[in-house]
Write a protein that binds this ligand. Sequence first.
Ligand code: HEM
Ligand code: HEM
Length: 206
Amino acid sequence: MAKRAKRTWLLYVIGIVALVLIGGAIAARQLIAGQVIWISWAIRTCALLGYLCVFVASGSALYLRELVRLFGRPFVKTHHVVTVAGLVLLGLHGLMVSINLSFSVLIPNVDSWLLFFTWGGPVAFYLIGIASLVALLRTSSLRKQWRYLHWLNYLAFFLATIHAILLGSEFRSTAMKVIPALLALALVAAFVLKRLQRAKLRAKRR
Ligand code: HEM
Ligand code: HEM
């Protein structure tokens, strides 16, 4: 069988374009408001890029075959590039916020529901961490159950969406709040479609 060309570079190009567009837009907004404050620029750029990585990694599970064809390598390897980038960016986002404010923000805030959801970012990060860890262990003791735990990624994305809408400086206008809400709805659709896809596959195998 002919070897497929690896096109991982395409992922890096997409990453650089996203960094230039999102980082540039945040810097431009800060410049218009007065000056660029680099720490908040970095916190917001990492947050938005990391959030998009989680969205892309989750939605991409619907397109296993297409991704193998496009990138010329197994789905999991492509998934890894996006998920590792997401984990690093979100880790940096949380770390910079903690240094800037206090490390106590990493403890879930249970003073009220509103505060819990506003500060749901750290909880989302822990859920993504658990979901990634179980995926790494999927060939060992976890066997089939790993996938159910991997669904925590969807839950994490919803928590992160509410967190971004309630706390994000870039999401103050109603128009901007609509975008993450639409992304969250798209993931609900992706979850349902993924279940239909798998049911069809099972029926074919029988
Ligand atoms: C930011 C971290 C990650 C996110 C957001 C993420 C998200 C997702 C989502 C939502 C699915 C679809 C699950 C379903 O509906 O059944 C999926 C599938 C999958 N993920 Fe991840 N994932 C992450 C990290 C990882 C890691 C670290 C690994 C591997 C070590 C991994 C391996 C897989 C595999 C093998 C599939 C199954 C594809 C299939 O056969 O259906 N994921 N991922
Ligand atoms: C790890 C612990 C986390 C902490 C301490 C944290 C804290 C914060 C803070 C303080 C902001 C407001 C920043 C600003 O607008 O200047 C913020 C915004 C944001 N966070 Fe988090 N967060 C964490 C994790 C996450 C995770 C896991 C995600 C995504 C999966 C996420 C996504 C976002 C997004 C998209 C914004 C909006 C950025 C903006 O509009 O400026 N955060 N976070």
